[in-house]
Design a protein around this ligand. Structure first.
Ligand code: AMP
Ligand code: FES
Ligand code: ZN
Ligand code: ZN
Length: 307
């Protein structure tokens, strides 16, 4: 297989794009495409301050690398979740995020759950009904809460996460199976700050498959955590990703078509009524002042105040 651009030996073949590339051209192509998508989906401009949520994994570190190379002003935010039983997942991922920032002289903000809230995610999960069995739900809501809070407090215009196509398609697949229309109406590569106290959220890697992002991170020599969070083992999202990969294997491009067709349907008004309801039903948390769909206290304050 030869590189489409220079006819040297290709190191990656992207069947869904009918495109093969050598290392050098692939490493140029990825940032070029990211810049194109930032513009096409109106994610942010060069004048805006960007906060990137970095987990120490390949996606968010690759995203930081790309935005840095493209000359966007961005700081990182790492949330220390305290998931350290067994493989020391949080400790290792925090060190990798820090090392990445230090070698490039980038600014990394850190919120440590244990220091700031007195409890780790597994500890909160253990004492709350929501967390029984698995801490993932408590973890997800805490991360979303902290990301928004830090982005707002720091005066950032936009919060970027490393979600890739496989992540987005797995969520869409799950929501479609359960016909979760209100979740579908909110799923988007760009979530505008449509309520006071909310920051715009963007996913600049949403059109790249997990394989493409992993190849980029490896070829760039980015040191990232290879292990998955130990609590992700056996999750629905991993199960959906396996099914979708089997489909992709037989029909390259299915994942991208599924997601882009969904965005098109949304643009054509398929979920218009639900989107409107979401905007109207946002309230302000009586305890912390952050926006919430709940009336009274937001879910994060509720789990933190519940003894
Ligand atoms: P996940 O929810 O683990 O699939 O991660 C999705 C995205 O959320 C990552 O690409 C990061 O941008 C962000 N993220 C996940 N975990 C953390 C963390 N501990 N600190 C900061 N950002 C995170
Ligand atoms: Fe939150 Fe796994 S990263 S429970
Ligand atoms: Zn080439
Ligand atoms: Zn609150």
């Amino acid at each position: 297989m030869k590189c489409r651009k220079c006819c040297q030996k290709a190191i990656i073949n992207m069947r869904q794009h009918r495109l093969a590339m050598c290392k050098e051209h692939f490493l140029d192509w990825v940032p070029e495409q990211v810049e194109r998508f930032i513009h096409k989906y109106q994610m942010f401009s060069r004048q805006e301050q960007i906060l990137i949520a970095v987990s120490g994994g390949k996606d968010s570190l690759a995203l930081w690398d790309i935005l840095f190379r493209l000359g966007f002003e961005s700081d990182g935010l790492y949330i220390g979740l305290g998931i350290d039983e067994g493989i020391h997942y949080s400790e290792k991922s925090g060190q990798l995020a820090e090392a990445f920032a230090n070698t490039r002289k980038l600014r990394l903000l850190t919120v440590n759950m244990r220091d700031e809230y007195g409890e780790t995610i597994p500890q909160i999960a253990d004492r709350t009904t929501r967390g029984q069995g698995k801490p993932c739900s408590v973890c997800g809501l805490s991360k979303r809460y902290i990301m928004n809070r830090i982005a707002r407090q720091g005066g950032y215009h936009v919060l970027a996460t490393g979600h890739n196509l496989d992540d987005e398609v797995a969520v869409l697949f799950g929501n479609t199976l359960n016909w979760e229309v209100s979740f579908m109406s909110r799923q988007s590569p760009v979530l505008e700050a449509n309520h006071p106290g909310l920051v715009r959220k963007v996913k600049p890697l949403f059109r790249f498959s997990e394989r493409e992002v992993a190849a980029y991170a490896l070829l760039r020599g980015i040191d990232y955590i290879y292990e998955e969070c130990p609590h992700a083992v056996g999750s629905k999202s991993i199960f959906y990703k396996e099914i979708l990969n089997r489909m992709e294997e037989k029909r390259p491009g299915s994942k991208l078509i599924f997601y882009l067709s969904f965005l098109k349907a949304k643009e054509n008004g398929l979920f218009a009524n639900h989107a409107q309801e979401q905007v109207l039903s946002l309230n302000t948390c009586s305890s912390c002042g952050q926006p919430t769909t709940a009336s009274g206290e937001c879910s994060f304050c509720r789990i933190m105040l519940k003894q």
